[in-house]
Design a binder for this molecule. Sequence first.
Ligand SMILES: *Cc1c(COP(=O)(O)O)cnc(C)c1O
Length: 374
Amino acid sequence: MFMNISHFFPPRRILMGPGPSDVNPQVLAAQAKPTIGHLDPLFIGLMDEIKTLLQYAFQTENKLTMAVSAPGSAGMETCFVNLVEPGDKVVVCINGVFGQRMAENVKRCGGVPVVIEQKWGRAVDPQQVEDTLKANADAKFLAFVHAETSTGALSDAKTLCAIAKQHGCLSIVDAVTSLGGVELRVDEWGIDAIYSGSQKCLSCVPGLSPVSFSDAAVEKIKARKTPVQSWFLDQSLVMSYWSGEGKRSYHHTAPVNALYALHESLVLLQQEGLENSWARHQKMHLQLRDGLDKLGLELVVPEAERLPQLNNIYIPEGIDDASVRKHLLEEYNLEIGAGLGDFAGKTWRIGLMGYGARSENVALCLATLSNVLK
Ligand SMILES: *Cc1c(COP(=O)(O)O)cnc(C)c1O
């Protein structure tokens, strides 16, 4: 059979949506290096370096820190399937799409979600968490999203984890969009299980999910009465692949070239410095906000709860959502995100993530929006 299918040449887009973000050309180049065996001693050395670099990015000394060979959603699933056993009560904060997915994960593990529903576009309310944990003394976990990409709201992870600890709960934190973009300190804040993604503020290719577990979380996993229902995500098995110390054995074939890319993106983060990266995201956010103000475009989230790396803005009256986004993509190669869930058709989400958080991107986005809105 003859098929008229040829090589694929993607255009060079500017990615200013909710992810994937623009990938640094150095990271793309790293990915094109020769593939070596995943048990090659040189590759094992690379995995050890990735672990160290991830410990830096997460600000943790957790031994169980690694990258799951799958996207952020698999990092989420890794945390829930390993920690939550049938019957475990989990308080889940829902202030957007990803909190909803956390609750769904709890159910599928046989856990009992106790849901705190919050207005979309707002941070998780610590007082409500406190009250819910008081009313549910048997809860074992508190789960929340640090940076809700669906709404642009940043929650106070430090305070929320402290409340969890006071009530004897382990914390499970979604840091897919926060890692590298805003302050995040796993050890200092007492976070027990955390997952992220490669394709947001790390500006790496999609498909990897950094995770980290505290000693208390590892104890809970070791004390499980039932085996983790997912063989692939079972950390007790993956652990020996990532931390075998001389006896590393085959678990699955690591995505070798994607891990080259992750290594490079983490080296770039370390060279810039974590605090500098956080500050850069904030600075670019303020540049964008000032320009949006001038265009009369309004942000959804109140100032004190805003994510710098994800700006959720109201679409002005009489403007057609889809045709504007299509125009930006076709005429300027510029991708911005559509509203999600409650915000579908009502807002645009402008991402300033990782390598994409640069003045020229801010200027381009403002200029093109100004043009199309005229
Ligand atoms: C993107 C995202 C995820 C899912 O990550 P994928 O890589 O798309 O699977 C989870 N949580 C949040 C907050 C996200 O922004």
